[in-house]
Design a binder for this molecule. Structure first.
Ligand code: DGL
Length: 255
């Protein structure tokens, strides 16, 4: 598998990053692995998230892949340092909430960050807030429960609307932008917009992560620039249904 880039998430959310990876590196070969059997990660204690991430990475890295993209904000927040320590010679990219993009674009304004409870409580997020969020008023919006609905193929349903209504409705018309700081959430963007109003810009870190991955591969002389691209889907649930959902989300998400 030396030709493949592994893309990892706690479940199907990382597909929102995979679509950008495919768009900026159309000739690459990707192995998408979702740990849906253990999702959600974002309501678990940090130690558990780290252990699950390291266990998944160990299996992926043993296959000799050329890079690992952690397409999960929660896993990045809890485990990226441990991963880099364990695999110092590998290219390991992690996604984080696109707060800098939002704050650079709307200085002095009110910005929401929707993410899992784990991402928002981590030290890594506190550092990001300190670094980029100072000039803005940042509101944390932990959306526990949304990941489960995306995993069930119900990202935009009456259930997701009912779940998000009490969290988002109080901010309707008030936020210049909302950072979707969990890779599952872009799939629920229509519901988020329905609640916040069309004037709130929704941003996620997918494209930035894809461009960064491309730069790292280029710099290492590892970027594949000819031949057909390919995607292999694998999931810890090991059922055709989850892989079918991954394929459907990828089609839906095409930029
Ligand atoms: N998709 C993951 C993220 O970006 C979180 C999903 C979960 O809670 O398992 O944070």
């Amino acid at each position: 598998m030396k030709e493949y880039i592994a893309v990892f998430d706690s479940g199907v959310g990382g597909i929102s990053v995979l679509r950008h990876l495919c768009a900026v590196m159309p000739q690459e070969r990707f192995l998408y692995f979702g740990d849906s059997a253990n999702a959600p990660y974002g309501t678990r204690p940090t130690e558990e998230i780290r252990a699950l991430t390291l266990a998944a990475a160990e299996k992926l890295m043993a296959r000799g892949l050329k890079a690992l993209v952690v397409a999960c904000n929660t896993a990045t927040a809890a485990a990226i340092e441990a991963l880099r320590e364990r695999y110092p010679d590998s290219i390991i990219i992690g996604i984080e909430p696109a707060l800098k993009t939002a704050c650079d674009r709307f200085p002095g304004k009110k910005i929401g960050v929707m993410a899992t409870p784990a991402t928002l409580r981590e030290e890594k997020f506190a550092r990001l807030l300190e670094r980029c969020g100072r000039q803005c008023q940042v509101v944390k919006l932990p959306a526990a429960g949304l990941v489960e609905l995306v995993e069930a193929g119900k990202a935009n349903s009456e259930e997701s609307f009912a779940l998000l209504e009490p969290l988002l409705k109080p901010y309707a018309g008030e936020l210049s932008a909302v950072v979707l700081g969990c890779t599952h959430y872009p799939f629920a963007a229509p519901t988020v917009s329905r609640l916040l109003g069309e004037n709130t810009l929704l941003l996620d870190g997918g494209e930035g992560t894809a461009l960064h991955t491309r730069r790292r591969l280029e710099a290492a002389g590892l970027l594949r620039t000819e031949g057909e691209g390919e995607i292999i889907f694998e999931n810890s649930l090991d059922c055709g249904e989850t892989v079918a959902l991954c394929r459907r989300l990828l089609m839906e998400a095409k930029p």
